[in-house]
Design a protein around this ligand. Structure first.
Ligand code: UD1
Ligand code: MG
Length: 471
């Protein structure tokens, strides 16, 4: 198709500024507000990830309160500038002026405490800003309870003003269009306008929102309203945090349902932002999946399972009450009820780990089973071996940990202790109730020489004696 020669297809350069210097007094926390988490990820990281998808030429994060801690979460996608004193959102943006000297284009400003904003909406905002040749464009949202938010007031074409809740008149407070704290500005206009702002308001702060009024004098201010109010939720208190979390969970669960995952009780499933789930997997009630957990296709999680940073293959069945962290589970495995995989538990395909079995730093080969009441630590187990009920690898001597090695097709009888370091070759049989302290060669039977003694009629005689002495 021929291009319209008059219409420039060249996009204006984009820079992003994320405001994250505030303390967040209303959180009543020792931690900076933007480090509080939604879906297991700090608020600031959500915003940085959203911005990264737009590939701006510059991304600047304004830090101040707990600058070093916030900086450590910023990563390589952005540079930090410090706002020493928190004098308001306009003053915060001004701190990015030096880093953006020589930049000529659009500046996207976002709040570090608005974690659910999507890249799609920011793109729509940028497109309105460019189409209307605006100097300042704000993203508003319609909310039932706008208290606390600035109100977006449309005053005719190209004229938009924002009034903060505390400064608003009773009529202005009745406006339900709230400022999401997301804006696009022409860079030259922005920094020139910021230099001229005062603090004539109830909070004695430099308000970024006043830049809209400045652009209105040229009739070049615009506002876009986002339909989904969850996108603009600003986290200022613990109640806001809980609300943002609930809304984000709903978004995540819908996302995975659309990709073929069933949730028996969506209201009680809790997912981390970076979790992945395969098609036709069924998630039962009260399941929590954290961090970089990956669940394969066609798995069943009965319920009450808590996995973090754990990789689960296809067709795995997690019965009730499985807890796993930093573990790997091969395809076709069956776990629980009440099984505990600690870091570096690495289960091969078709492994069975049953009730009250704990596995740590151990590799278990294909088809091996430990179905009841066992502790497997610092151990390597081959294929098709069976670990009997109550087996314990005694891996710790009070000073250091030692390894246990178990071959293929090994049968370990119930109530066995394997005192590490110890090696059992392939096809070894361990009799029930054994304490194994030295290596056992392949194909051997190992048992402890404990004789079984029986005294016939002893009980009746004992009871008689006991009854007599009581009289
Ligand atoms: C701000 C907006 C309000 C909007 C709301 C949306 C202003 C004046 N008001 O109010 O219209 O409805 O966001 O959530 O902009 N920050 C700094 N340095 C400062 C002050 C704040 O970096 O000196 C940062 C904070 O860390 C925060 C963001 O800017 O991430 C917004 O500040 P906050 O104090 O939460 O402003 P709101 O009262 O929510
Ligand atoms: Mg806020």
């Amino acid at each position: 198709m021929a291009k319209n020669p008059k219409k420039s297809t060249k996009k204006r350069p984009l820079a992003a500024v994320i405001l994250a210097a505030g303390e967040g007094t209303r959180m009543r926390s020792r931690k900076a507000k933007v480090l509080h988490e939604v879906a297991g990820k700090p608020l600031i990281t959500h915003v940085i990830d959203t911005v990264a998808k737009l590939s701006p030429e510059h991304t600047i994060v304004v830090v101040g309160h707990q600058a070093d801690r916030v900086r450590s979460h910023v990563g390589e996608h952005a540079t930090c500038v410090v706002q020493k004193q928190q004098l308001g959102t306009a003053h915060a943006v001004l701190q990015a002026k030096k880093a953006l000297s020589g930049f000529d284009g659009d500046v996207l400003v976002l709040s570090g405490d608005v974690p659910l904003m999507t890249t799609k909406t920011v793109r729509r905002l940028a497109s309105l800003h460019r189409r209307t040749d605006a100097l300042a464009t704000v993203l508003g949202m319609l909310v039932d309870e706008p208290d606390g938010y600035g109100r977006v007031i449309n005053e005719g074409p190209g004229r938009v003003r924002i009034v903060e809740h505390v400064d608003a008149s009773p009529e202005e407070r009745r406006i339900h269009e709230a400022n999401t704290g997301t804006y696009l500005f022409d860079s030259k206009f922005l920094f020139s306008a910021l230099g001229k702002l005062g603090t004539n308001n109830k909070q004695n702060e430099y308000y970024l929102t006043d830049v809209l009024a400045a652009a209105s004098t040229n009739a070049r201010a615009r506002a876009l309203t986002v339909e989904d109010e969850s996108e603009g939720i600003g986290v200022n208190s613990r109640a806001d945090l809980a609300q943002a979390e609930a809304m984000f969970q709903e978004r995540l669960i819908v996302h995975w349902m659309e990709r073929g995952v069933t949730f028996l009780d969506p209201a009680t499933a809790y997912l981390g932002a970076d979790v992945r789930i395969g098609r036709d997997t069924v998630i039962g009630p009260n399941v929590r999946l954290d961090g970089h957990t990956t669940i394969g296709a066609e798995c069943v999680l009965d319920g009450m399972d808590y996995l973090s940073n754990t990789k689960v293959g296809d067709n795995v069945h997690l019965r009730w009450g499985v807890v796993a962290s930093d573990a790997r589970v091969g395809k076709g495995a069956i776990l629980g009820p009440y099984a505990h995989l600690r870091p570096d538990a690495d289960l091969g395909p078709d492994v069975h780990i049953g009730n009250f079995v704990e596995v740590k730093k151990s590799k278990i080969g294909a088809g091996s089973k430990a179905n009841h009441l066992a502790y497997i630590g610092d151990t390597t187990i081959g294929k098709q071996s069976n670990i009997g009920a109550g087996t314990i690898t005694c891996n710790y001597d009070g000073f250091s940990k030692h390894r246990t090695t178990i071959g293929d097709r090994v049968q370990i009888g119930s109530d066995t202790q394997l005192v590490a370091p110890v090696k059992l070759g392939n096809d070894v049989f361990v009799a029930a109730g054994s304490t194994v302290t030295t290596d056992v060669a392949a194909g051997s039977l190992v048992f402890n020489d404990k004789r079984q003694l029986v005294r016939g009629g002893w009980v009746a005689a004992f009871r008689k004696r006991a009854a007599r002495s009581k009289r």
